[in-house]
Design a protein around this ligand. Structure first.
Ligand SMILES: [Mg+2]
Length: 235
C-alpha cells in the first residue's frame, strides 16, 4: 500500500485500511472540518485584547499548536510568555473562539461522517482518537456543532505540549495505556492535512494518510512523503 490512494478506492479502501490499524488519530482543522478561519479570528481578537492587534497578522497557523502560537504572540509582543500567561491567553481565546463558532460553525470535510460511521461498522474497529494542535476546549467547541465530540475516546491536544511531534508521542503513549499493550508506530494511522501532521507521524514511526482538504494540495503534501495522500476522504 505504498502508492498514493486512488480516488476510486474511497471509502471502501479507507475502511479496509483502517482495519490494519489499532488506532487512527485525526487532526481537526482541514482534516475533519473547516471553520472558515474562526480560530484565526479568535486568536487575532485575543491579541487585540492583549493590546497588540496586528501581532498575529503574518503568522501561518496551519499545523501549529495553540500553545506555541500563544507563546509566539507573547514573545513577539514583548510580553510575559510564561506558561501561566500562555494559559491566560488561551482561556480568553477559548471564549472568543466560542463566539466566532456561534456565528459560523463551518462544515465537515467531504467523507468524514461516512468514514467515522464506517469505522463503527467494522468487526474489529480501531480506536479513534485526536492528534490536534487545538487546546482541549477548542477541539470540543469545534466538534460539538457537528455532534462529533463523543466519537473520539483519546487524544493529544495543544495544551498537552507546544510541539506537535511531542503530541504524537503523547497520543501514542495514551493509546498504549488505553489498550494495555505496547503499540508500535505501524499500528497507528495519523490522518492530517499539513506537513506538520506528516512530520509528527514520522516522529512515532507511524504511517500518515495526508488529505488535501486544508490549505495544501495533493502535490504539495506528496513532496513531504506521507505513506498515502488523497484529495479528500470521500473522493
Ligand atoms: Mg490541520
Amino acid at each position: 500500500m505504498s502508492e498514493p490512494l486512488k480516488s476510486s478506492r474511497y471509502p471502501s479502501s479507507a475502511l479496509s485500511m483502517a482495519q490494519l490499524f489499532r488506532v487512527v488519530l485525526f487532526d481537526i482543522d482541514g482534516t475533519l472540518l473547516r471553520t472558515g478561519g474562526a480560530g484565526v479570528r479568535a486568536f487575532r481578537r485575543t491579541a487585540a485584547l492583549w493590546g497588540h492587534p496586528g501581532a498575529m497578522d503574518h503568522v501561518r497557523f496551519h499545523g501549529r499548536t495553540d500553545s506555541s502560537l500563544a507563546r509566539q504572540f507573547l514573545d513577539a509582543a514583548g510580553l510575559d510568555a510564561s506558561s501561566s500567561e500562555c494559559q491566560r491567553f488561551l482561556h480568553a481565546y477559548s471564549f472568543l473562539l466560542d463566539d466566532e463558532l456561534s456565528r459560523n460553525a463551518g462544515e465537515l470535510c467531504p467523507g468524514v461522517l461516512d468514514l467515522l460511521n464506517g469505522f463503527a461498522g467494522l468487526p474489529n474497529p480501531p480506536i479513534i482518537g485526536l492528534l490536534t494542535g487545538n487546546i482541549r476546549v477548542g477541539a470540543v467547541l469545534k466538534l460539538m456543532p457537528h455532534a462529533l465530540e463523543s466519537r473520539f475516546i483519546l487524544g493529544a491536544f495543544g495544551d498537552d505540549h507546544e510541539s506537535r511531534d511531542e503530541l504524537a508521542q503523547i497520543a501514542h503513549a495514551r493509546a498504549s495505556v488505553f489498550l494495555n499493550q505496547s503499540l508500535t508506530g505501524e499500528q497507528i494511522l495519523v490522518v492530517g492535512d499539513t506537513p506538520a501532521d506528516i512530520q509528527c507521524a514520522r516522529a512515532i514511526q507511524a504511517p500518515c494518510l495526508a488529505v488535501a482538504t486544508g490549505s495544501y494540495s495533493v502535490a504539495e503534501l506528496a513532496t513531504f512523503e506521507p505513506r498515502w495522500v488523497t484529495s479528500n476522504l470521500a473522493a
